[in-house]
Ligand binder design. Structure first.
Ligand code: CTP
Ligand code: CA
Length: 225
């Protein structure tokens, strides 16, 4: 629901939102990254604050200005994002993982810049898995009754993949949107379906990221009772 003046229905609540995309360093000047802009996470943080919540925004490489009245914790890598989210989640009523967390990181970090050698092919980059923060928090809630929300960007079989992912992650809500070359990344608008572990399906028509954020908080508020 887009609201003119928000009702303070999240007053007294602490919510944690992760936003942006992690960067996994290869050496001091290079990283593996992704195209997440952080805008959806910032919209979630702004709307939660407007609805009266205390908000911790764990921001990975967004370059966006800090939203007013929000506690921003900047991070770089998936491992740093995990630390910051787990710390803030200890007393949180809800955790929303809007960040694009790198699934893998380079197995080795080179302390000095990697140099090319004349006439030699490059070394392959070995990768290792990052921790799955959403699955970890869903399985082992830092606080009883905490509502946990994930995001999934899918390119094909959006709803079927979303249902499978919701079950696999064990979260309460999964916001699924379809992405492609021109869709969603960096845009001001979004279109999604919010899947509930209770079997519910809430379509959100194409519109501002704030509108999707408000639907997420409506569904979270309903689950907080
Ligand atoms: N996520 C996470 N930790 C990771 C990877 C993802 O917490 N290491 C969270 C994201 O923040 C998001 C949700 O999990 O809320 C879904 O991310 P997605 O990349 O779609 O899920 P994956 O399980 O990584 O599946 P895929 O193989 O499709 O990338
Ligand atoms: Ca992933």
């Amino acid at each position: 629901l887009a609201r003119g003046v928000a009702e303070p229905d999240l007053a007294g609540r602490h919510v944690v939102v992760s936003a942006g995309g992690t960067r996994e360093p290869l050496d001091p000047v290079r990283f593996l990254g992704n195209r997440s802009s952080g805008k959806q996470g910032y919209a979630l943080a702004r709307t939660a604050a407007a609805r009266g919540a205390r908000v911790t925004l764990v921001a990975a490489n967004t370059g966006l200005p800090d939203p007013a009245g929000v506690d921003v914790v900047p991070v770089g890598t998936a491992v740093q994002l995990r630390e910051a989210v787990l710390k803030a989640a200890a007393d949180a009523d809800a955790v929303v993982m809007a960040a694009a967390v790198a699934d893998f990181r380079p197995a080795v970090y080179a302390a000095g810049k990697i140099k090319k050698q004349d006439g030699q092919d490059p070394e392959p980059v070995a990768l290792i898995r990052n921790p799955d923060i959403l699955a970890e928090i869903s399985a082992d809630r830092p606080r009883a009754g905490q509502v946990v929300v994930g995001f999934a960007a899918e390119t094909d079989d959006v709803l079927a993949n979303g249902r499978t992912k919701l079950r696999r992650k064990g979260c309460d809500l999964l916001v699924v949107n379809e992405v492609g070359e021109r869709k969603t990344f960096g845009s001001e608008e979004n279109e999604a379906v919010v899947l509930g572990a209770d079997g519910s399906e809430t379509p959100v028509p194409h519109g501002p990221k704030e509108a999707l954020a408000d639907v997420v908080w409506d569904l979270v508020a309903a689950r907080l009772g």
